[in-house]
Ligand binder design. Structure first.
Ligand SMILES: NC(=O)c1ccc[n+]([C@@H]2O[C@H](COP(=O)([O-])OP(=O)(O)OC[C@H]3O[C@@H](n4cnc5c(N)ncnc54)[C@H](O)[C@@H]3O)[C@@H](O)[C@H]2O)c1
Length: 282
């Protein structure tokens, strides 16, 4: 098969949640720039409108859907609406996600005996339950056409301990990886593939843009990555296109780290020296 056929997604329809920023915006861009129609769902109307207008002006077939993914009825309407308007649904990028606050490496308040149950629950609602519900609402459309590819944005924090991240984050990301595996087994007979991407540190607006605002946090992340830097959101596009397209036709039920090598070393940076539980070294 030629390269053009391997990665051909022309005429297909995608929905991306959390599409107004960061990794979701990168997924939406790579799908749209390669000929798919993309419904960009996000709760931030202003940023969403700005990116939808920019991509439309560049000739892409995109539309915005303002939705809070933790509002189950609104999520169902957005996914059903996308499938009905465009007659099919080929790709779901269940990507919308939030930080659960910093972990113990960044603040003493991130310690397990201090953590805030409200921040924990909000991360579970958005990162975990809304991801499961997005799959639940996309699947009937994909079953009908006997094809589809679902991509979950998990995290390397769902694979291993990440003391930079709060407990709600690591719990929800571990959960969605196994939800994706179970869905992959259940949906394989329908030719629907389900995979998780596990990013390492990418420069986005997550956690109120802490990564962009605080160079010392960027350095902490860069130090835990063998490639020695945080990633640019464009660097997720190739993997997203692979998982959606015919090139990924035999990939299902897996979790793929994209992390500059962070998960392949057992001790990264200098965690045990870095963690001072009174926060005095930060
Ligand atoms: N940036 C990283 O280093 C990193 C690493 C691993 C995993 N991730 C995951 O990537 C995904 C995207 O995060 P990002 O880093 O691009 O962050 P981001 O903040 O730049 O983008 C997230 C987008 O999701 C939207 N969003 C948040 N809550 C929503 C809700 N309830 N309903 C609808 N939209 C909502 C936001 O408005 C924003 O546009 C998340 O699931 C995150 O956990 C990010």
């Amino acid at each position: 098969m030629k390269q053009a056929d391997l990665f051909n997604i022309k005429g297909h329809v995608a929905i991306v949640t959390g599409a107004a920023s960061g990794l979701g915006l990168a997924y939406a861009e790579v799908m749209a720039e390669n000929g798919a129609t993309v419904v960009m769902a996000d709760l931030n109307p202003a940023t969403l409108e700005e990116h939808v207008a920019r991509l439309k002006a560049a000739g892409c077939k995109v539309e915005g859907a303002v939705v809070d993914v933790s509002d189950t009825d609104a999520l169902r309407d957005a996914i059903d609406g996308a499938a009905k308007r465009h007659g099919r649904l080929d790709y779901l990028f269940a990507n919308a996600g939030i930080s659960a606050g910093p972990g113990t490496l960044l603040t003493p308040d991130g310690a397990i005996d201090k953590f805030d149950v409200k921040a924990y629950q909000r991360a579970i609602d958005i990162n975990q339950t809304a991801t499961l519900m997005a799959i639940r609402f996309a699947v009937p459309h994909m079953k009908r056409q006997k094809s589809g590819s679902i991509v979950i944005t998990a995290s390397i924090a769902g694979i291993q301990a990440e003391p930079i991240c709060g407990y709600g984050y690591v719990a929800s990301k571990a959960a969605v990886i196994n939800i994706a595996r179970q869905a992959a087994v259940e949906l394989a007979p329908f030719n629907i593939r389900v995979n998780s991407i596990a990013p390492g540190p990418f420069l986005t607006n997550i956690g109120d843009g802490r990564l962009k605002k605080q160079p010392e946090v960027v350095k902490l992340f860069a130090d835990m990555v063998p490639l020695g830097r945080v990633a640019n959101t464009n660097e997720i596009k190739g993997l997203a296109l692979l998982l959606a397209s015919p090139a990924g036709s035999y990939i299902t039920g897996t979790v793929i780290p994209i992390d500059g090598g962070a998960t392949c070393v057992s001790t990264r940076g200098n965690y045990s020296a870095a963690i001072q539980h009174d926060g005095s070294n930060l």
